[in-house]
Design a protein around this ligand. Sequence first.
Ligand SMILES: *Cc1c(COP(=O)(O)O)cnc(C)c1O
Length: 421
Amino acid sequence: MSKEKLAIDGGTPVISGGIPGGMHGPSVIDQQEIDAVTEVLKSRKLFRFCEDSQVAAFEKEAAELLGVKHTLMVNSGTSALICALTGVGVGPGDEVIVPGYTYISTAAAVVGVGAVPVIAEIDESLGLDPVDVEKKITPYTKAMILVYMQGVPGRIDALVEIARKHNLKIVEDCCQCIGGRYRGRFVGTIGNAGAWSLNYYKVITAGEGGLVFTDEYEVYERSAFASDPAMPMWIRDAGWESEPFSRQCYRPSEMMGAMARIQLSKMPDILGHTRKLKRTFLNELVEPKGYRLQHVDDPDGDCGISAAIIVNDRELAQRYAQALKAEGLGAGTAYNDGFPDRHIYCYWDSILDKNSPHPSGYPWKDPAYKGNVEYTRDMCPRTLAILGRALRFGFNVNMNEEHAHRMAAAINKVDAVLGGS
Ligand SMILES: *Cc1c(COP(=O)(O)O)cnc(C)c1O
């Protein structure tokens, strides 16, 4: 690759006019969502346990799409995780392994069911590092939560193998990976239960919302009880198999169900577009000199909503970020001293400080908990090192293929000059 003068040194920027941003789901809202929600309002049937329920229809359509037996719509991704964890039997005394790179909700959901989160390293997949997961297993470990950040499924095969070996449950946090697949199957259908979030920032949205899904009836039934203490009252003829228990209420409204149905029908088009953009981007990149691409086990299943390059060292990564910015491509390292990505464990103060809503110190000081997990802000040095060298780029429905070309061209140009240094 011939070296062109970088924009940061006074050359011509590769990208003029910027790269369009915007959220996925909200960007595709049109008359269909407006009509669907308006219909619900006109019908005055806002409660999910009504005739011709929109929520029930969404659950059915999602189950068909995912090829999964049971689906349960709830009011957020966090609630979906809480229900899934309750569903697989996690509770006081248990430890659950979570990656050091995820939205704090993943760890908070563990606390929410009275269990203790154990934070493990990520690797260059930017998901759980199987080697570190195995080191973090104790006699108290009950489950692990696999998280697929920004649409990229992690090292699922290796993690499933470890779970099998140690008899652990798997909950898949697919909140950022709706529609992602792994070796032909939708993510979330590989472990014991999967969770989607339908909040504003996700692939599809109902403003807020979530979905729990599983092939195991018992997990579904326990999730259902966990989502609404009156569940056996609302659905009397469901043929419940076990004793109901009382928990919180995470019930969604019919407006959410109606909107989620329309957005679900648009998901294939959204991901068709982002996958095309990412393919164009990857095809355009030349052999890198100063970085490696994020490891992706199964590129065909990637949602295509993001790409990450992992630069050879931290200082160089910062120079890449500055040079790319001058070329018109905004990018920061995920972990830095300026405006870091809050999805990194070292910013989860309420977890790291073991803040409890109760003087008992629950769940860390729960009498049922016999372990002794300790947290420090530098406890996952590899996670911090990788994220300190990782530059992330997003693809969205407002971009076209020319934007993806230009993004790759900017990276090629910067790498040609800085990559050898
Ligand atoms: C968004 C998100 C959640 C939680 O979703 P909410 O709907 O905001 O509760 C959980 N995990 C991950 C990885 C997320 O990105």
